[in-house]
Design a protein around this ligand. Sequence first.
Ligand code: GLY
Length: 370
Amino acid sequence: MEQLTQLLPQIGDKMKTVLARTGNIIAYTTENGRFVDKFEEQASWWTNGFWPAYLLDLYTLTKDPIFLDKAKLAIEKLDPVLSDSEGIHHDVGFMWYLSAGKHYQMTKDPASRERVLTAAKFLASRYDLDCNFIIAWNSKEKESWSIIDTMMNLPLLWFATEETGYSRYAKIARAHGDKTLENFIRPDGSVEHIVVYDPQTGAKIDSIGGQGYEKGSSWSRGQSWAVHGFAELYRSTGEQRHLDAAKRVAHYFLANAAQTDYLPLLDFRAPATPVFYDTTAGAIAASGMLAIASFVLPYEKALYLNGARQLLEALRTKAYNPSPDVDYLLDKGSEAYGSSTHKGRQHISIIYGDYYFLEALTRLRDLTQK
Ligand code: GLY
């Protein structure tokens, strides 16, 4: 067994100890090594589904029912948020597909089926019929803004089509994916974070730096959402153009991460100082690359498998904390560069970094130990 996949049992044991001291919170980041409850501060915060989703994956890993029980409690806690359509946004896939969707697939719980289908109906209602994209945020000024992150919410729509037989959800997912492919990927394989469309014609009229350094720069988590998002789109459509897009954005990610020994910078085109990393981007991109490795022809597989290994190895050696005395797995995650429209902190632990690190290690084990 390679050193990386040996982390899996270690993570399972560590998280059992962590969970024994963690109340019924919804974890986001940590302070002094202990999870901070994001639910109390902002119930509709976009990351609030990662905690139950992470617990469900830990249940699959360890078979310890405590993880399943705590995941169910966290999913139930989110119920009032799902009925508040003013408070929620395009990230309902992150919030309910990864949590309630996974829970339904594992347990067939009808309440979780209802949750995930409610979230899918809400996401479908955000589709702009003239401009062919899913509206990201809830303000009149941002009505014609689209963001790369939305790619990660499309699996919710594919799930709804598979579960109900109605094709309309999948049609929206495909149309949004194709519009993103056309307008977000630059000629060199880097991606925009935010694209502004003309609200009448749907033509691209501007781009915005968002969580990256500035307009035209290269926010690494946005790039990793594109790697993972296009790979998952291909899983659903089987269309070659979606796999080709995933490969292009993955090549760009790897070429840039290689410059800093595979620990990705927060923005690949930021000034030389200050040096901000983002380990969440490395974990998300690694997981997306492992999906690509599972789709491509055998002669191409090593490229994506080894790329993912390089990223995961950098995380293991430079950011992973095995100690059960701290709640997180990875440090050096970053919310945003903070110099443009978005504020954010750098070099903290963030729950989705840990979630995708576990997902990637699990995918690596499944790909290499068949
Ligand atoms: N979806 C927002 C972020 O990646 O920070």
